[in-house]
Design a protein around this ligand. Structure first.
Ligand code: PHE
Ligand code: CO
Length: 279
């Protein structure tokens, strides 16, 4: 099935095999058992509201109807990662591109590219939350602008350390919780990010995050922690142009580095990182 010029296509529902649906069920049931008490309440609520069933890979149109009523977002099927400008354009119009295919049974945990489990289970529940939904649209608009300014590298780090790998302080004072989709869809990282002594947990700071390189091939060495989605949205609301200017005088930080001025919640031991890290 050929994608359209905006890279969207119809979800090829009939092409999913029984193995594909079984893979979804296995991943879903595992995370459903693991995430209560680890994922933030906003995610748990969104998941419930969507009724993303454990039965099998869901129908995107059905999810879009529910999501549309809640926050005006829809989901569109795509063949995989799409070019940056296409991605930003979809987000700016409150459309979330979802990879339609599912991983092979031998890739049950870590996958370096998104599949339907990561995109639906990891990303879509939080789009049911009005503040997060607005943040994602603003990010898309910011992406269009960053591309004109040649600032994609800085802006992409913000997405990585919030949308994909963010932690949030639980409002009820019960410690840290997960909101990043790359963690929520990974059975080992959803344990590692909260329980391991190795990674740093550092308070969210916009410019600090945009200076920090990241790894796509291992667990994160640093997680940035927000207090609330309101805080995240407020911090990212200003025009980024002056921030980008300032970042030009500031050197990048390695993924595992702790810097002067950091609010260090947990200083990681770095155990098991080896010598090839970029930090
Ligand atoms: N305020 C940002 C800008 O001017 C846009 C943005 C919003 C970027 C939210 C990321 C997240 O570029
Ligand atoms: Co993702």
């Amino acid at each position: 099935m050929e994608p359209r010029p905006d890279f969207t296509m119809d979800q090829p529902i009939a092409s999913y095999t029984p193995t594909d649906h079984a893979t979804w069920r296995t991943l879903f049931e595992h995370q459903a058992a693991l995430l209560p008490g680890r994922a933030c309440e906003e995610f748990m609520l969104g998941l419930k509201g969507l009724g993303v069933a454990a039965d099998g890979i869901p129908d995107f149109n059905r999810l879009s109807d529910i999501l549309g009523k809640a926050t005006g977002w829809s989901i569109v099927a795509v063949p995989g990662l799409v070019p940056d400008e296409v991605f930003f354009g979809h987000l700016a119009n409150r459309r979330f591109p979802v990879t339609w295919w599912i991983r092979k049974p031998e890739q049950m945990d870590y996958l370096q590219e998104p599949d339907v489990f990561h995109d639906i289970y990891g990303h879509v529940p939080l789009l049911m939350n009005p503040v997060f939904a607005d943040y994602m649209q603003a990010y898309g608009e910011g992406g269009v602008k960053a591309q004109r300014l040649g600032e994609i590298t800085h802006l992409a780090r913000l997405y990585w350390y919030t949308v994909e790998f963010g932690l949030i302080r639980d409002a009820g004072g019960r410690g840290l919780r997960i909101y990043g989709s790359g963690i929520l869809s990974s059975k080992s990282e959803s344990i590692h990010c909260l329980d391991s002594a190795a990674p740093n947990r550092i308070g969210f700071d916009l410019l600090r995050v945009m200076r920090t390189r990241y790894r796509i091939d291992t667990f994160q060495k640093t997680y940035f922690v927000i207090d609330s989605f309101d805080q995240l949205f407020a911090a990212t609301r200003p025009d980024f142009r002056p921030f980008y200017e300032r970042l030009h005088g500031a050197p990048d930080l390695g993924a595992g580095e702790v810097a002067a001025g950091d609010t260090v919640l947990v200083r990681g031991t770095g155990e098991g990182w080896g010598h090839t890290d970029d930090a």
